[in-house]
Design a binder for this molecule. Sequence first.
Ligand code: NOJ
Length: 531
Amino acid sequence: MAEWWKKSTVYQIYPRSFMDSNGDGIGDIRGIIQKLDYLEELGVDIIWLSPVYDSPNDDNGYDIRDYQKIMDDFGTMEDFEELIGQMHKRGLKLMMDLVVNHTSDEHEWFSSKPEYYIWRDEPNNWRSFFSGSAWEYDQQREQYFLHLFSRKQPDLNWENPEMREAVYGMMRWWLDKGVDGFRMDVINLISKDQDFPDGPDGDGGAFYMNGPKVHDYLQEMNREVLSKYDIVTVGEMPGATISDAIKYTDEERKEVNMIFTFEHMGLDQASGEKWDLKPLQLTDLKYNLEHWQHALHNSGWNSLYWNNHDQPRIVSRFGNDGEYRVESAKMLAACLHFMQGTPYIYQGEEIGMTNVRFDSIEEYKDIETLNMYKEKRSLGVPHEKIMHSIYAKGRDNARTPMQWNAEVHGGFTIGTPWIASNPNHSTINTLDRDDSGSIYQFYKKLVELRKKMDIITHGNFTLLHREDENVFAYTREVPGEQLTVYCNFSEQQLEFPRPQGELLIHNYEKPESMGKIILRPYETIVFHKKI
Ligand code: NOJ
């Protein structure tokens, strides 16, 4: 079955925060099994599971100690096998998170196979993504090792063929167990410029993002592993441009099926630093996504996402999480899901979960946030200013427990959750999912339409009303058929000529139609025309 993933919708589970089955305050695999009905009902096709491997949890599982063992907090290998069995019975596919740019420093390779890591006598000036230097001194070895993320996440040395073979062997082991694909963590960072030059202001990105041998490594991985299975692959790729994306995803080149771009996620930051906030200008978002839609139309494939475990909640970010929460959550969903590519829904997005505001920094758990806070405080930045950025951009916004119901901790756990639940779980939760007007039902319909309508998979994309700062409107076309999508990103009322066609989906009561459309705050309307 070629390219089934082009008509699929992916749902991402961050297991720590999804569902706790044993009352220890941490989500687990049996909790996921309990919620498979919920996911089946939503209609999604693939579950991307953030890491469930054995880990000391310096970065919540993105620091792997043993690639072939399940983290105790999450359960056992038997639980995992049951999960995959139950998923397959329901026709759901499982995409594992593959974290092979780095391991944990507690992985046995770090002591038994030091040549699998990157060592230098002198550090260069590269900064870690999690603040401070990207190099740590090792007393025993009397050398520095590279860690682009935390000190407990040493980078693997992809120059070493034996290390690469060990990684491929591990991947085959999971695929033989029946997993259906991989989401590859920061996979475009695996090849470093071997001169390790200093970067401007400590930014070494130019020397390790889309580095010199990355395409060779991915082609080798494809040849050795991926090509032997009918699976889906997506590479997480900070700093990948459109021309990089074409190379990574062009089918002829045999690398990965699609990538996660970061470009549209950087449009509300004022500098290279994500904490440096600026309001989104809608035209920036429109032009950016238009560009990706056009460039990958016939030579590659897009992934479509607003949210994941690293990003703030989209309804708080580009929508309105107050008066128009429901309308704007649906509008954002429609805007994304009618584009070309494979859409990703992050847990809680389908019920319009919002950002959180904890009063004290002690309530935050994310290493990126905590390190940044410490560093900025030591530089004299006022507490309030930092908290302002954390409220807007902190990763814990996405990591508060899934809001199942209005009970204590949103029904996520009967114990004490590892991170506090968003107090708005009393009103924002899955209990309303059967109501025809719920955000959940809207997502369900979008997932269903994608399966039914080939035009969503194949149509050409054309942006309408290019200069307009409030509306994001576009058409999708195949011969004899057209979709027209209108999304009001503002609270203003907007007026446009009514496009031809039948109303396909909308987020308000039936709109007025007198040869024009009047878009109410955050309204979305989609028309479908067959000639
Ligand atoms: C990207 C992951 O999505 C993020 O959560 C993690 O901290 C880094 N890679 C390091 O693995």
